[in-house]
Design a protein around this ligand. Structure first.
Ligand SMILES: Cc1ncc(COP(=O)(O)O)c(C=O)c1O
Length: 467
């Protein structure tokens, strides 16, 4: 029996997650936080990145509540700027009380400039420069130590200024369970531990011990705790449990060996959302954040039991907070049918969604201007660049025509930050739909001039104007 084709409205209901603010208006258009997608594009142009304040705030508050309810000490959520570095989003999260995880000088400066409390900021990175270390110490943020040179840089700043560096030591943990939980990431069985071992971040316990001892005796250092970030490996609670367990055990052994009692434990990011393009399929069941947190906190608390310490817990989510908080709207251009295929060009491309090319992401796509039409046309949704630029292959959509609109969901994570200008295509504008129903421009569309703004043509090559 053949199934009747689904409509965009039905697809939205099937794939909706709790903090989506998406609906269908009376004209059959997608509405984002109450504003018609067509109106947004009419006002701000296409393509357009639409951020939703309420989604960001709801995701942040739910994650924070999940940890606060389960962890018996204090909890701070440090938003990971690398995931989406839009300054308005960073400033909004600072207002909500979020700290920050940053990597390198620009992220550190942007995090602080947007009002984040330095007491809740961690500077990560495996090759921090003397300048980054100096800025971190001057601003009072915590340095997650990931290289022995960092102690030399810290001591040099201390000699010059008398300032102390707050430091967590970043650990590399290699629980056997990684082999099991990383199977879904395309790795061969047994390759999970090896993949993490080969990643440049953190120190294994044996290497960490003498570094910890050196940090503890340095007059330039106020040792605060330990950090660990394995990344988004799996959505299986076993992943969160085994990482937290291995981290907690390593922390306990290092603390007992040195007498140091950690004040802070930073357990990193990688928290899974309930709809994830990075799963490369739409049928993956993802455990809610509460179950992930339950698994991690129970394991961490058990592993820390011998310490009788209740450090403040830091978490560094990126994708969980902003993943579904941005929708990319794109207008339909040329439609071409040949060789048994139907290509629908849109004015966005994989320039704007690089992780489709580099990570195989599969995004849900809604026919934003025809939400009630049957999606009975197998469509290749492509951008106009001279890359293949396949945004979605063999996707069921209505009979889209020029001037229709599509909406790419979950465009908030690792999209704008990886976007490029291939073929000289300017990056699009971004707007924020606010909780009070207003819409604000938070990123100006780039222009032709912006694309070439940093290029310098030596005078001797400069074109000579014709007489
Ligand atoms: C140190 C660190 N913390 C946090 C994150 C954020 O991870 P996610 O966006 O998966 O939550 C990353 C991402 O790579 C990271 O490297």
């Amino acid at each position: 029996m053949t199934r009747a084709p689904e409509t965009g409205a039905e697809l939205l209901e099937r794939r909706r997650i709790f903090s989506d603010r998406l609906a269908v208006d009376s004209g059959g258009h997608l509405a984002i936080a109450g504003i018609s997608a067509a109106d947004l594009v009419a006002r701000f142009g296409s393509p357009l990145i639409v951020s939703v304040e309420d989604t960001i705030a709801t995701n942040y508050e739910r994650l924070l509540a999940a940890f606060r309810k389960r962890w018996k000490g204090d909890v701070q959520v440090l938003y990971s700027l690398k995931c989406n570095n839009n300054l308005a989003i960073r400033a909004l999260l600072s207002r909500l009380g979020a700290g920050g995880d940053c990597f390198g000088d620009a992220e550190l400066r942007a995090t602080l400039d947007m009002g984040t409390n330095p007491a809740h900021v961690a500077l990560n990175g495996s090759d921090k420069t003397p300048d980054q270390i100096a800025r971190a110490m001057e601003s009072g943020v915590t340095i997650n130590i990931d290289g022995i040179d960092e102690l030399c840089f810290i001591e040099a700043v201390h000699r010059r200024t008398g300032l102390l560096a707050k430091t967590n030591l970043r650990l590399k943990i290699l629980p056997d369970a990684l082999n099991q939980v990383m199977r879904g990431s395309g790795l061969k069985h047994g390759a999970g531990v090896e993949s993490v071992r080969r990643a440049k971040w953190g120190f294994t316990e044996g290497t960490a011990l003498p570094i910890l001892q050196a940090l503890l005796v340095s007059h330039a250092v106020k040792m605060t705790g330990f950090s660990c970030h394995i990344g988004h490996l799996s959505t299986d609670p076993l992943a969160f449990r085994s990482i937290a367990d291995a981290f907690g055990r390593a922390v306990t052994r290092l603390s007992l060996a040195t007498g140091f009692v950690p004040l802070v434990l930073d357990i990193g990011g990688g928290w899974a959302r309930e709809r994830e393009p990075e799963q490369r399929a739409d049928d993956v069941q993802i455990t809610p954040i509460e179950a992930q947190v339950e698994a991690a906190v129970a394991a961490l608390e058990a592993a820390l039991a011998p310490l009788a310490a209740r450090p403040t817990l830091w978490v560094e989510p990126g994708r969980y907070i902003v993943g579904n908080a941005q929708v990319l709207l794109a207008g339909v251009g040329a439609v071409k049918t040949d060789a048994g295929l139907r290509w629908v060009h849109v004015d966005a491309s994989t320039n704007n969604l690089q992780r489709i090319e580099t990570g195989g992401f599969v995004h849900d796509i809604l026919p934003a201007s025809r939400m009630h039409d049957d999606m009975d046309h197998v469509t290749q949704v492509v951008g106009g660049t001279c890359f293949r630029s396949v945004i979605a292959a063999d996707r069921s959509l209505p009979a889209l025509q020029r001037h229709d609109l599509i909406a790419v969901l979950d465009a908030g994570m690792y999209a704008e930050v990886f976007a490029n200008q291939f073929n000289g295509v300017p990056r699009p504008a971004g707007v924020l739909v606010c909780r009070d129903g207003s819409v604000e421009l938070i990123r100006a569309a780039e222009t032709y001039q912006d694309i070439f703004a940093c290029h310098i043509v030596p005078a001797r090559f400069a074109p000579v104007p014709e007489e």
